[in-house]
Each structure stands twice: as C-alpha cells, then as structure tokens.
Design a protein around this ligand. Sequence first.
Ligand code: MG
Length: 274
Amino acid sequence: MDSTVGSTGSGVSRTLRDALGALAGTKQLLVALDFDGTLAPVVDEPAKARALPEARAAVERLIALPATRVAFVSGRALDSLEEVSKASDDTLLVGSHGVEVRLDSPDDVFTLDEEEQARLGLLGDVLDQVADNVDEVWLESKPAGFALHTRLATDHDSRVAHLVALSEARAEVNDVTVRKGKDVLEFSVRSTTKGEAVEHLRRYTGATAVFYAGDDVTDEDAFESLRSDDLALKIGPGVTVADYRVDGPEEVAHVLSLLADLRAAAAGERPQSN
Ligand SMILES: [Mg+2]
C-alpha cells in the first residue's frame, strides 16, 4: 500500500501525486473509470449504487476542461450504468465489459446475430435452473449474457452455484466466455474485455495518455492495456498489475479532485488547441 503523505490534506501519497502531475500535462487526456467499488461504494442492491458526491463533482470538473474526456467503463448493462451513474451526455459510457458503448452519437447500436441469440437463449435456460435451485442466487439478464449473483447467498451455496453454473454452461453452450467478479459470475456469448474497451476509447478520443481506476478482477484487463505514459489506479485489496493503489471510493474522489486541479492548472499553462 502506498504511504500517504498528506501534503494536500487529502491523503494522496506523494508518488501518486507526482504521477498525476505528469499525467495532467498530457495533450489529450482520457479519464476512464469503473463505477461500482470505484466511484460508488458497493451496495447489496445494485440499483441503489450512487457515485460519491465528491467523485461526481470531480468528474464534472474534468469533463468541463479542454482536451479532457471522461468515460465510465462498467460490467453493468449500459441502461443500468446510465441509470445509476446519472452520467451527463458528454460522458462516454461502456457497459457489459465493452459489449455496449455509448459515444457521442447514437450510431453504435448493439445487436446479436441469430447464432448468438440462440446460444443466449440456451445459456439463459441453463443458468435459470441454477438460480432457481439455490437460495439467494439470482440471474441478471445482460445484452450478450447473464450475471449470476451470489452476494446474499451463504459461502457454501455460492460455491455450489458457481460450480454447477460453470460446468453446465460449458457443457451445454458453445463459446461461452466466463468472468469471475466479486460474488458474481458473468457469462457472455460475445467476448470483449475492459482492455479492448479502453483501447477503443483511446483511439476514439485521440488520447495521448489514459488514467484508469478500478476495483475488480475484470479491471485488470484494462490495466494491462495501459502504456508507459498512462496511470493505473487499483482500488482496494487483491493482486494487481496497477502501479498505484488506494483503499476505496473516498480516496478515488480525492485523487480525481486532485487530478482536476492539476489538469486545470496545466490547461492554464498550455496553448489552447481547440
Ligand atoms: Mg467495480
């Protein structure tokens, strides 16, 4: 864990502060953020998750700065992400780990082909049975798959549900991608990762550097896509390839607020290109 040198009073470590300072000077910045566990504390009812007010304020300041774009990159279905994040129209949104994207124009429409739809139907039948047979396990429908939630189940029931769901889905359905998150197994008939999503956003925005923050296993794909001028921030415990780590959403809000300050200062010193 980074030592915290409280020179800003916000508990952001000196090394992280220096790295943010370097990042803030880049020509075109992309700030890509996971939502749950990063901007918003994790809650038992996913529909009730909300970004911390300080995080929201920092995001809005970043969006208003020149040559700076903000994206939310989530495992949630896009409509669920829109609902809980209350994102403004100029926030770029990526849902379902990159399967669904909302950029600046609504021409990027998501559809499954017939073969994918057939596999999706079969997958739903298999997983419905698992959810029906284990207490406190429920299935969330996503555009290209399903999330099997076990947050409220006992450890034993959770393990059983995961094992049965995995073996049945793999036995019954071809080409299923499975991701393991916190108390959730995600099954998809189309494979994309947050890493591919970040690459897509990097090209789309013409970013010369990327800031990415996330707390879950699936965020590691995004961290791995980053380059030497980028900054990876891991939230909470767990193995990571990210160079920096903070404890939780409150610290993320401090970091984003500091990044907005530094970016605003750098913009003041930089000739305006647009
Ligand atoms: Mg998360």
